[in-house]
Design a protein. Structure first.
Length: 390
């Protein structure tokens, strides 16, 4: 199972334990939203004749706030295909119809936990796939893709703990000075980094985490557990009645693991053909992320509606969705890059990540492409440097 899907599996188990019953679907495949009043495409805003008539975006999980840029593209008049867990509608840029359609597909359990890269190589209709940057590096030798925009500046992956039980834990390094157990999903590359860097001890890590909060609760908060800053802190405090109190955490990225999450990428062998499209589409995605952060309400409404319609066991409440956006802004998970541009890649950061994960994957007998460089796996050539958050 690909690394990013292993890590995201925990949401289904946790949501089921939290709420137990899935929400009732509020939409169906044959029921469109109200007709679009967007103006006809014109000038630079038009993607007609430049991009495929339907721009297909394959995400890596069920709809959630971390996918806001992709779902912001979906304009009025969309249709929900609950059976295949996808939504299709006019692709809009700042309210204007671009002349093509966008189809956003759910990932994770919806596609048997296949990686977006694997799906892109199975289905050439997929224009953009959503992957972690360490996953892109991992697949560079077998299913090469190139990241073209990074809607998230930081990976929201965390380790969490009970601050009352462990008042002396302020960072993940503090956990490593104890013998307390750390639960995580087996195969997570960041954990190999934490052990290799001496931040945690191999004797204390436990790769048997199944996504359920039961072991954390049963321990009385003595153990640490992996999660996401955009999910578990809200779920544990507000929706998990068996816990019902705050947790503390640190972002993995703050330990020196410089991963990008939810990178939108194209197949490496399709990049040249798609370049004219990407020159216009990537800035639209940058603007979509800025617009989403400024006014997330409409997109969050769509995201929650889709999760209800898909009936996939992933329960995503409006409260959690709003928390996720707030947390992303507060923690800098969505933010401008090192040079004040939103969505671009830092070459030095990617070089550090390659240096970190290359020996990890070699040790797992999954060697990456020989002499891999940041330019082999990410590019800023389609980025509009003027687009930024205020």
């Amino acid at each position: 199972m690909p690394m990013d899907q292993i890590e995201r599996r925990r949401v289904t188990g946790l949501a089921a334990a939290v709420l137990a019953v899935a929400l009732v679907a509020g939409a169906c495949a044959s029921q469109p939203s109200p007709a679009s009043d967007a103006p006809a495409p014109s000038g630079r805003g038009s993607l007609a004749g430049v991009c495929p008539s339907t721009v297909v975006v394959q995400t890596n999980w069920f709809p959630e706030a971390e996918h806001g840029a992709a779902y912001r593209l979906v304009g009025p008049g969309y249709r929900v295909d609950a059976a295949h867990k996808r939504v299709t509608g006019p692709l809009v840029d700042q309210g204007e119809d671009t002349g093509v359609r966008v189809e956003v597909r759910a990932g994770g359990p919806a596609v048997g936990f296949q990686s977006s890269a694997a799906l892109m190589y199975q289905d050439p209709a997929i224009v953009l796939g959503m992957l972690q940057s360490d996953e892109i590096i991992q697949l560079s030798n077998t299913q090469p893709v190139v990241g073209v925009v990074a809607p998230l500046e930081l990976d929201p992956q965390i380790l969490l703990w009970d601050p009352k039980v462990h008042p002396d834990w302020h960072t993940i390094a503090d956990i490593g000075q104890t013998d307390e157990r750390v639960l995580y999903f087996q195969g997570s590359s960041y954990m190999e980094y934490l052990v290799g860097a001496g931040i945690l001890r191999r004797s204390q890590i436990d790769g048997s985490y199944d996504g359920s909060p039961s072991r954390f609760v049963a321990s009385g908060g003595r153990i640490a557990v992996q999660g996401y800053a955009t999910d578990e802190p809200y779920l544990y405090e507000h929706e998990l009645k068996a816990w019902d109190k705050p947790v503390a955490f640190q972002l993995i990225v703050d330990t020196g693991y410089p991963n990008y999450a939810n990178v939108l990428a194209v197949r490496a062998d399709q990049k040249a053909r798609l370049s004219p499209c990407l020159e216009r589409l990537v800035p639209i995605l940058q603007r979509a992320q800025v617009a989403f952060v400024r006014d997330p309400g409409p997109t969050l409404d769509l995201i929650v509606k889709l999760d209800e319609a898909y009936k996939g066991g992933f329960v995503y409440s409006p409260g959690l969705a709003r928390f996720a956006v707030s947390e992303m802004r507060q923690l800098g998970i969505v933010d401008n890059g090192h040079d004040t541009t939103l969505g671009n890649f830092d070459e030095d950061r990617m070089r550090r990540l390659i240096d970190i994960v290359a020996p990890i994957f070699a040790g797992q007998r999954k060697p990456i492409r020989e002499n891999l460089t940041p330019g082999d796996v990410t590019t800023n050539e389609f980025i509009d440097k003027s687009i930024r958050l205020p």
